[in-house]
Design a protein around this ligand. Structure first.
Ligand code: NI
Ligand code: MN
Length: 227
């Protein structure tokens, strides 16, 4: 059974006892971060896109931990240029890693590194279906609602769905409730809210709107949950 630990915003780990997967490690500068980037251990780092609140500390953590960054081809190329070991993938593709299979899913969002000298394109944003510890977990990434979530639900039957609810940049609560209906998971975990003023949400409103099933678990930064 994998353990999910929420570290704040869209950052979380999934661990199966042998491998630790770290998603979107925005820790430095994240007011919600429960742990400094220097204290994180990861074997694999999965990045949904290149925005600063997702790429975050990925490259220094990957270099220090000798972790492999798994992400879209273009963002992987950027990370490799900055000294990280990478495994580039494309939307719709899957690959069997030592911990289990990862499939890259679409996300309706942007993906670029926005710096002082302009914008560096980092491919399409994505989500991930991760099979680890006997469970399939869907991390939607930053995305708006899309109808093919029904296809993801039907074909891959995710046990858990990790969904943004913050609104403004991603789905808000009502669209995330629709996503839950299409994905039909057993467990839902809301992320990507309350980090910045424009994404303030009450996660318990989401819990109430999801209803009794599936189970919806609100994790505080630093809290762990066995899936
Ligand atoms: Ni984003
Ligand atoms: Mn974001």
């Amino acid at each position: 059974m994998p353990t999910l630990t929420y570290l704040g915003h869209a950052c979380l780990t999934l661990a199966d006892g042998s491998h630790t997967l770290l998603f979107d490690p925005f820790l430095t500068g994240n007011p919600q971060a429960s742990i400094p980037a220097s204290d994180i251990h990861a074997d694999y780092i999965l990045l949904t896109h290149g925005h600063a609140d997702h790429l975050g500390d990925a490259i220094p953590i990957a270099r220090r931990c000798k972790a492999t960054i798994i992400t879209t081809y273009e963002l992987a190329a950027y990370c490799e240029r900055h000294g990280a070991t990478v495994h580039g993938m494309g939307i719709g593709g899957s690959y069997a890693f030592p911990f289990g299979r990862v499939k890259v899913t679409q996300a309706l969002h942007g993906s670029a590194i926005v710096g002082d000298r302009g914008i560096e394109y980092t491919g399409n944003p994505c989500g991930f279906l991760v099979h680890i510890g006997g469970k399939t977990i869907y991390n939607a990434g930053d995305t708006g609602l899309f109808g093919d979530m029904a296809l993801i639900g039907r074909l891959y039957k995710p046990y858990a769905a990790i969904l943004p609810i913050g609104d403004n940049y991603t789905m808000g609560i009502d669209d995330a409730v629709e996503a839950v209906k299409m994905l039909a998971p057993k467990l839902v975990i809301p992320i990507h809210y309350n980090t910045f003023p424009v994404i303030m949400q009450d996660p318990y409103v989401f819990v109430k709107k999801v209803g009794k099933t599936p189970r919806c678990v609100v994790l505080k930064p630093g809290e762990a949950f066995t899936i």
